[in-house]
Design a protein around this ligand. Structure first.
Ligand SMILES: *Cc1c(COP(=O)(O)O)cnc(C)c1O
Ligand SMILES: [Zn+2]
Length: 414
């Protein structure tokens, strides 16, 4: 079968487990071994100069993604190129020498999910899907709703009904259909798999199911941006939140591609994975020395990370072990403290997932697994305004007074 040139440098899908190759298509599981499929490429000659002269969004890396060359001219949200904040104040408090926060709250719908959805939209266009769908822990639903609106597609997204209010609103405001399901994310996800097999849903592009190989590639852009923003250098250490584990595995893939293409110098880097204790199946397996991840029932304020049966969990374990990293988890109380610490030191208001990453960073420093002298990047993948409840009891006015000098002096006399 002739390959479509609309997928840019992507030439095939390849099974992550057994390596069997398939044509580029709306498939996600290997028919030989049921392993997950990944996009395989034949890259052209991509130089730093090509990338640097590209648009200030993820399309500057289009030569490394499964998208057409003219992707930047199509109607999409143009996510990415978010700030890499040099976090000297926070580094000082933590006793670290060189610390950066990659702040993905700066994306169009205020989470890193805009990156992955942008790639899935291009795949949906190529395959002729007119409805975009997903199972979501919240942020993905909003990203799909907005991206579908911009691209002129219909959307129908599925979430656990007990999500944060802001995420419900963001996922509905763009005019697509939002369906709340009485159940956990894992139950929503199972339902979506059934829906894909049914004629009701078989014409739909589920960004994280039948478009998952393409969707997942969007996370590589985090690796590319971090390296480019550091002056074409991979950091020594990186701390990444884990829900399904897709983002973490693709950041590793992105770093490896940069090395293979000679865009950065070859170096060793260590990847650390962060979970909330209330949903820590990968961390539990890591600590027990297991290769298999036992599913759990989530109970944590970090709802965007509340996936009890993470599809890429075993790969996260592999990568943490192979690179000399680790997997760690923190309690809800530690998450809230970390959200406030990041806000107080750097003026960055993270959602609970960002609190998980910083909390885990602190814990890894305490137990000696993270080197305080090595160049470190931590991710904030979402926006604090979406998880206000986590801090609203503690972040209050210093006083409420009448508008008079006397009242102010009385309240703040010292
Ligand atoms: C979805 C999400 C993640 C993790 O994504 P996975 O690729 O499923 O591990 C991290 N942070 C936020 C804010 C998210 O919404
Ligand atoms: Zn296979």
């Amino acid at each position: 079968m002739a390959l479509s040139t609309d997928f840019g440098p992507a030439t095939a899908l390849s099974c992550r487990e057994c390596g069997t190759r398939f044509d580029v298509g709306p498939n996600f599981a290997c028919i030989e071994c049921f392993g997950p499929l990944e996009v395989a490429y034949e890259f052209g000659n991509v130089t730093r100069a090509d990338i640097e002269s590209g648009p200030t969004n993820i399309w500057r890396y289009r030569g490394l993604l499964p998208v057409p060359d003219d992707v930047a001219t199509k109607p999409n949200l143009q996510p990415g190129w978010t700030k890499l904040v040099k976090a000297d104040n926070l580094a000082g408090e933590l006793g670290m020498r060189s610390l950066y926060v990659k702040d993905d709250s700066g994306n169009p719908t205020h989470s890193f999910k805009d990156r992955v959805v942008a790639i899935a939209v291009e795949a949906a266009r190529n395959f002729g899907f007119s409805t975009l769908s997903c199972s979501s822990t919240g942020n993905l639903a909003g990203a799909v709703g907005a991206a579908a609106a911009r691209a002129g597609l219909d959307s129908c997204v599925f979430v656990p009904a007990n999500l944060e209010e802001a995420k419900i609103v963001v996922a509905s405001v763009y005019g697509g259909r939002l369906v709340g399901i009485d159940g956990t994310y894992d139950e929503v996800n199972r339902f979506c798999s059934e829906l894909i097999g049914d004629e009701l849903g078989e014409k739909w592009g589920f960004v994280n199911v039948n478009l998952r190989p393409y969707y997942a590639e969007g996370s590589k852009t985090l690796a590319y941006e971090i390296a480019e923003q550091l002056g074409w250098r991979i950091p020594d250490q990186i701390v990444i939140p884990v829900a399904s584990g897709s983002q973490l595995t693709k950041i590793d893939k992105g770093f490896k591609e940069l090395i293979r293409l000679g865009l950065v110098e070859e170096k060793e880097y260590r990847i650390f994975a962060a979970q909330a204790t209330g949903c820590a199946p990968v961390s539990a397996a890591y600590k027990a020395g297991h290769d298999v991840v036992q599913p759990v029932r989530p109970d944590t304020i970090a709802k965007s990370l509340a996936i009890g049966n993470p599809a890429d969990g075993p790969y996260v374990l592999d990568i943490a072990r192979r690179t000399g990293g680790a997997v760690e988890d923190v309690s809800d109380r530690e998450i809230v403290a970390a959200v406030r610490l990041l806000a107080r030191t750097e003026g960055v208001f993270a959602e609970t997932a960002g609190g998980v990453v910083l909390g885990v960073t602190q814990k890894l420093l305490e137990n000696g697994k993270l080197d305080p002298d090595a160049e470190t990047v931590i991710l904030n993948t979402g926006e604090g305004l979406k998880t206000l409840d986590a801090v609203s009891a503690e972040a209050r006015p210093a006083a409420v007074i009448r508008p008079s000098l006397d009242a102010f002096r009385t309240a703040f006399a010292n």
